[in-house]
Design a protein around this ligand. Structure first.
Ligand code: TRP
Length: 325
């Protein structure tokens, strides 16, 4: 018997976890779907387009900070490390770090395998001497790194303020898991978006060209495609809301009027004005950021920001694991 290959967009061969998360997400109150499901092929491409938008300041700001900070990072981290990037995507910012640090190996981790292999290929053309070990995984789960780099101290790289997509409690869990996966003597270079005026924040997640809207709505298209669903896409609009109490941007998909549809044979209804919560992007002030890192088992050692204080980059070292008393 031939085994069918599972591919993005192949109807009827959806990830069972995707089906379970979507069915549960539409059944619960308030409705919510884990953000990891944005990143099918099309979603990953739309996300790359977001990073080029004039309103989306984080990417270009962090890149400028990296250009300035990476030589110092190299000095502080020292030679002979392996760089491990969590959620590497297109690895767009990675060359800045790799050029400065000249690591022994580079391990990009991403959930989108096809995308991961393509960007690894492009990177190996740019760094022909570098050992690149792509790793297809959801970095939210504990990771056993390739044996080839077991003896090498690690430099974790977690740019893009991806940490902000988790609630603070989950961010602490992830930082602790990263410390465990990266091991003794590890360091972490992590980007965090800062709290700023509401208009700047909201526009970054609701651009004039509607790319972020397309990114958000692609989730519904993916559900229709992969889970045999009948969601009317034109009955939804993209919303970006600043939740000041929780210091986060929330992305929602809002039903414009009452609708009924099925997902995998199950019936659902939504009233006009009701939403599906699809993403959070938490913002951290300077003190918030340092508390978060320490809570997650990392001691901040250096901090860089842009002249306008829009975005911050932190270098931290793993707190030593103390033996039980
Ligand atoms: N972590 C980044 C941020 O929160 C990038 C990101 C993740 C994002 N999901 C997104 C950007 C959805 C726009 C829309 O800004």
């Amino acid at each position: 018997m031939l085994k069918p290959e599972i591919e993005d967009g192949d109807q009827g061969l959806a990830d069972p976890q995707f089906r379970a998360d979507v069915l549960a997400g539409f059944a619960q109150a308030p409705r919510a779907i884990p953000a990891r499901w944005f990143y099918d092929r099309r979603g990953s491409e739309l996300f790359e387009a977001i990073t080029d938008l004039p309103e989306y300041y984080p990417t270009r700001t962090e890149r400028a900070i990296l250009e300035q900070a990476c030589p110092e990072v190299a000095t502080l981290a020292g030679r002979g490390r392996a760089v491990v990037e969590f959620g590497s995507g297109s690895s767009a910012k990675t060359p800045i770090l790799l050029r400065a640090v000249a690591p022994d190996a580079y391990v990009p981790i991403d959930i989108s395998g096809e995308f991961l292999r393509e960007s690894s290929r492009a990177l190996s053309a740019q760094f022909p001497e570098l050992l690149i070990l792509p790793f297809e995984a959801d970095f939210m789960h504990p990771i056993t790194l390739p044996r080839a780099i077991a003896a090498v101290p690690k430099l974790g790289f977690f740019p893009g303020s991806t940490i902000g997509n988790l609630t603070p409690l989950m961010a602490v869990d992830l930082l602790r898991a990263m410390r465990a996966s990266l091991g003794q003597g590890a360091m972490l270079l992590i980007g965090m978006d800062r709290i700023k005026d509401e208009a700047t924040l909201v526009q970054a997640y609701d651009d004039a060209q509607g790319v972020t809207a397309a990114f958000n709505l692609n989730l519904l298209a993916r559900i229709n495609r992969e889970l045999d669903a009948t969601i009317p896409l034109d009955a939804f609009r993209h919303r970006a809301i600043w939740n000041d109490d929780r210091a986060r941007i929330e992305m929602h998909l809002e039903a414009l009027h009452d609708i009924a549809f099925t997902i995998d044979g199950r019936a659902f209804t939504m009233a006009g004005g009701e939403t599906v919560h699809t993403e959070n992007s938490h913002k951290y002030g300077p003190r918030d950021a340092r508390i978060l890192l320490r809570s997650g088992g990392w001691t901040p050692v250096a901090e860089w920001t842009d002249p306008d204080g829009l975005f911050a980059l932190y270098l931290a070292e793993a707190q030593p694991v103390r033996p039980a008393p």
